[in-house]
Design a protein. Structure first.
Lengths: 272, 517, 260
């Protein structure tokens, strides 16, 4: 029987370089796709179906999401990894429920934001992307939104890192800002891949802008700017409430929470 | 004496964000092929100690002390790790450590990956992760399954196993990695006699094969009496240790929350069902009719001819309750026992309308509850569930107990809440988070939330599971208080000994009918 | 029949069919793919589940597309009827048809994969392909967790009702009740997850190096060739479409042959 060392080596940076590269490539792929879509082909969609833009939108965003997952997932500690399925089920369950109400909200990111607050931006981004990919097992139409979901997780993690979850009233503000960015990034997907949105509430808003003569992308972007910030503000607030309800022993298990004092006022300064 | 395979000296271990150490000043050395018993009441630190030694708490807090392992599988034959509570401390590799020291938590289901579709694959999970080739893996799985009595279950879905089977699978998942030290956290809790017997045989077999088994528990029962060395923990440190006979007489054990069961020690029978004499059954016709003498004119809770069946596959029905009659008067305690799966919890769920009888009627305070919502019935009936965690949702104990009280008592609400916490002995931790309490504390807290509303009927599902001696005493005091006040109490328990102590009237649920014992 | 194939074969076939549908973006092709997916669903005995799952997704989508583009399509020229700002145009209806059929084809073919694939086989295959085991864990765990969480939520609801929580009533009351149910659910899930993490680590889940599999998943030379062929076909369709759009190479005017 082989004699394994009983201890782990001190955390080193050597093996992480490749992972970092994958993360950067993933982010770059998402950013480049978005810029290309917005700058190069804004009017393409309604003159014919514009399958080239669809392919680009799908390919670029999905590739980015997959690179992010491959880069982040193996570096996550198991304690964070096991939370991801929990987050996914919360996302999917609440998202499905909200989808049936007809309100112009999604509520499909509570789990993602929860992970981001506890484990940081990288874990949040991976959770968001994975959430879309695994949800697509039951609903393939969410697959193209993987990049947007990753962005939400990343931004929620950044908000937590810079202290926006220390006070309850700051969380919805961070959510509002995240919603603006996420909405603008996701709108091209709705426009180029689906030619619209599938919810009754969101559909009505898009129709109103179209009736005023907007292009499809513009109408969907405006709709996203109405729905997403509100939606994310609520989602961030709910996530904050849930995190505040957690016992200290549960939250302090996460190094990210301890290191950046994510939930200040909830606990005495922990000796590291 | 040979060198111990595991020699630990814990100066202190403190969870992150807390100031007081969870365990401190504990020395434990275990020899190959022996059974060691670590006893302690709720919150005594025994589980924390087990996790600590198994390397499960690497990132949860600060450890000061040392852990030494020695044996053939250890690099250089022996290794000593020193922890000073700083960043430079050695970081235990969980995968390598678990081949030396295995730990099976009390909640056996937590041991499973839950991503494998058969028992065989679940067992193989730990081998897969080491990259063992498939042929060796199949052989090893077959060997360990035979050793743990899982061979007939290998193709089953792990989610479909019974409590005892699940416990054996969790132990097997550890054993398959061939650890030198195996720590079992309360391995017999909530098992019936048959299930417990299988686990005891398994433990005896492991010890005779040279494994050092450490039992962590809060009942001084058969495993304790078979141990070569015992430790009693209280408040996170050792209060007594030595041979079982010495420890049994020690003051440390007497003061701790450990439940000492003389029956179990002397007869060598674990499990209350096994110790109970077989009841003599009356004639079938009269058996389900509980003696009319017990029925008072003004029963607080009555079942009239209650029949309930569950739909099963192919459109069939399985009768769970058949023509059950039951009366509990004010100030009376009635206990119902029966083996696992007899339908005790089903009966209890009829008390507050969570389930409705197919035929017959349930009356509370003389009025039928049919048609009322559970939330409304709750004003008169308090029901305490098996999993108290599901009932708790507030940030502090006080808020938890005070929830909804203002609507009942107005300005008096807070006084009532504090009183209820005092009744169960938790007033000193009123501002703690409910989920930071040990399982027994959560059960008592859930009890307090029921007591504070002062319902006329109180129904308790397995109230003693997970409670230590202090907890059982507090439960008893609380029940005495409420019956004195005139509340009717219905207790459902698999523990016949407890049923007899708590109540003058014990009924047995068997075949869907109630029999007087 | 389909479920006995190697999961990678089913994945490649369905993925390629979806890619092909998007690249073609031609409603007769989309309809053909949808019909083929339904046919395969009949063969695999999963038609009813595919239809049920897709109806939930596709009916709102079609409704939304028809209302949106059928009534409000400012680019439309051929007006069939109009009421103020709302005009039914041929171009709008054609666009809705094109988009709707394309999504329908993709959704059906991907759902077919979901219902046909054997998840344990898929996870085992991914492990042998050196895909991080974490991905397989998240996939398999999510699928087993979903029913468990539903059960747990029902238990929590019962426990809280027994404490006097009245469910129902106004929206505000229902939201407040939902919050009270969410808290113990999330707490329990996070605590169980922490426990499971320790167990997984102890069982070597995070160890580096190759992981092996107990489960053996059959694969054949024929399936390997088939996978390469369909993926090549899908790639060719994408390249053709992109070059057509950028360099003005004419795209085949008629629908391409089916993907089978």
């Amino acid at each position: 029987m082989s004699q394994q060392s009983l201890t782990l080596p001190a955390p080193g940076a050597a093996a992480d370089k490749k992972r970092r590269l994958l993360e950067l490539l993933g982010a770059a792929s998402i950013a480049a796709t978005f810029i290309f879509l917005v700058l190069a082909q804004p009017s393409d969609i309604t003159n014919g179906v514009g399958s080239a833009s669809t392919l680009l939108a799908l390919g670029g965003f999905l590739l980015g999401a997959i690179l992010l997952i491959l880069g982040v997932l193996p570096t996550l500690p198991t304690s964070t990894l096991v939370l991801i399925p929990v987050a996914l089920v919360l996302n999917i369950a609440l998202g499905q429920i909200m989808g049936t109400t007809g309100l112009p909200f999604y509520f499909d990111a509570i789990g993602t934001v929860l992970i981001a607050v506890l484990a940081g931006p990288a874990a949040g981004a991976a959770t968001g992307a994975l959430s879309s990919i695994i949800w697509s097992f039951f609903n393939p139409t969410v697959l193209p939104f993987a990049a947007g979901a990753a962005l939400i997780g990343f931004l929620a993690g950044m908000a937590a890192r810079y202290g926006l979850f220390r006070r309850f009233y700051l969380a919805p503000v961070a959510g509002f800002a995240t919603g603006i960015i996420a909405g603008v990034v996701s709108a091209p997907i709705a426009a180029f891949v689906f030619g619209g949105t599938s919810g009754a509430g969101t559909g009505a808003i898009v129709s109103a802008f179209r009736a005023m003569g907007d292009t499809l992308l513009a109408a969907i972007t405006k709709q996203a700017l109405i729905s997403d910030p509100m939606d994310k503000a609520i989602v961030f607030a709910i996530a904050a409430l849930l995190v505040y309800a957690l016992p200290r022993r549960a939250t302090f298990r996460f190094p990210f929470v301890r290191r950046f004092n994510v939930l200040a006022g909830k606990a005495p300064v922990a000796a590291s | 004496m040979t060198t111990p395979v595991l020699d630990a000296r814990i100066e202190s271990f403190t969870f992150h964000g807390e100031t007081a150490p969870a365990v401190h000043g504990i020395g434990l050395a275990v020899q190959a092929g022996t059974l060691t018993s670590v006893l302690g009441g709720a919150g005594s630190g025994k589980s924390t100690l087990g996790r600590l030694l198994a390397g499960w708490l690497r990132s949860d807090g600060q450890l000061r002390g040392r852990l030494s392992l020695s044996g053939d599988g250890i690099p250089n034959g022996a290794q000593r790790l020193d922890f000073a509570g700083t960043e430079d401390d050695p970081r235990i590799s969980p995968a390598a450590w678990s081949r030396q020291v295995g730990y099976v938590p009390q909640d056996a289901a937590a041991m499973l990956s839950r991503i494998r579709s058969t028992v065989a694959e679940e067992l193989a999970f730990g081998l897969e992760n080491r990259g063992m080739d498939r042929d060796n893996m199949h052989r090893r799985v077959a060997d360990v399954a035979a050793q743990t009595g899982l061979s007939p279950l290998l193709d089953r879905d792990p989610g479909s196993l019974s409590g005892g089977e699940l416990r054996r699978l969790a132990i097997a998942c550890c054993v398959i990695l061939d650890p030198v030290v195996l720590m079992l956290d309360d391995p017999l809790s909530s098992l019936d006699a048959e299930g417990a017997e299988l686990i005891l045989d398994l433990i005896t077999g492991l010890v005779s094969k040279g494994t050092a088994v450490v039992h962590l528990g809060q009942v001084a029962g058969r495993l304790f009496s078979q141990a070569t060395h015992c430790l009693v923990l209280d408040g996170g440190s050792v209060t007594a240790q030595g041979m079982p006979a010495e420890v049994l007489l020690s003051g440390g054990l007497a003061e701790s929350g450990v439940v000492v069961s003389s029956e179990e020690l002397h007869h060598g029978h674990y499990g209350p069902e096994a110790a109970a004499p077989e009841p003599a059954y009356g004639s079938p016709a009269g058996a389900n009719r509980v003696s009319p003498g017990a029925r008072t004119e003004a029963s607080s809770l009555s079942f009239r001819n209650v029949t309930y069946s569950l739909p099963i596959a192919q459109g069939g029905q399985r009768a769970v309750l058949t023509e059950v009659d039951l009366d509990v008067g004010p100030g009376q305690i009635v206990a119902i026992t029966g083996p696992n799966g007899a339908g005790k919890s089903t009966l209890l769920r009829h008390v507050n309308g969570l389930l409705h009888p197919d035929r017959g009627e349930v009356l509370v305070g003389g009025a039928p509850i049919r048609g009322k919502s559970t939330g409304a019935i709750a004003a008169d009936v308090g029901l305490l569930f098996q999993h108290p965690r599901d009932q708790l949702f507030e940030r502090t104990l006080l808020r938890e107990v005070g929830f909804g009280l203002d609507r009942l008592f107005g300005a008096e609400a807070e006084v009532r809440a504090i009183q209820a916490l005092e009744d169960v002995g938790l007033a000193n931790v009123a501002s703690a988070h409910p989920h930071d309490l040990p399982a027994s504390g959560q059960r008592l807290l859930a009890l307090a939330t029921v007591l504070a509303r002062q319902p006329a009927v109180i129904a308790l599902d397995e109230p003693t599971v997970g409670l230590d001696r202090h907890g059982i005493a507090r439960l008893q005091t609380a029940l005495d208080t409420v019956t004195l006040r005139g509340a009717a109490v219905l207790v459902v328990t698999h523990d016949l000994a407890y049923a007899r102590t708590v109540s003058q009237r014990v009924l047995r649920l068997r075949g869907g009918r109630l029999h007087e014992l | 029949m389909l479920s006995r194939l190697n999961p990678l074969t089913t994945l490649a076939a369905c993925g390629a069919a979806a890619t092909f549908t998007v690249a073609a973006s031609n409603w007769p092709v989309s309809v053909a793919v949808a019909v083929a997916a339904l046919g395969a669903g009949v063969g695999a005995g999963v038609l009813r589940r595919v239809l049920a799952a897709s109806a939930v997704i596709l009916l709102p989508l079609w409704f939304s597309l028809l209302v949106l583009h059928g009534l409000f399509f400012p680019e439309g020229r051929t007006v069939l009827a109009g009421w103020g700002p709302a005009r039914i145009t041929v171009e709008g209806l054609a666009f809705a048809l094109e988009m709707g059929t394309r999504t329908t084809g993709c959704v059906l073919v991907l759902l077919l994969f979901s219902f046909v694939v054997n998840v344990p086989d898929l996870v085992a295959t991914m492990t042998t392909r050196r895909i991080p085991p974490q991905f397989g864990y998240v996939l398999a765990s999510t699928l087993t967790l979903a029913p468990a969480i539903t059960e747990q939520l029902a238990r929590i609801r019962q426990a809280q009702e027994a404490r006097g929580l009245v469910l129902g009533g106004s929206l505000v009351q229902r939201l407040a009740a939902a919050r009270l149910q969410m808290v113990p659910l999330v707490l329990a899930l996070i605590q169980d997850a922490a426990e499971r993490a320790h167990a997984l680590d102890a069982r070597g889940f995070n160890s580096p190096g190759p992981h092996s599999t107990y489960r053996e998943v059959a694969d054949t030379r024929g399936q390997r060739t088939f996978r390469r062929a369909v993926l090549g076909l899908a790639a060719a369709a994408v390249i053709l479409r992109l070059s057509a759009s950028w360099f003005g190479v004419p795209v085949l005017p008629s629908p391409l042959a089916g993907n089978e």
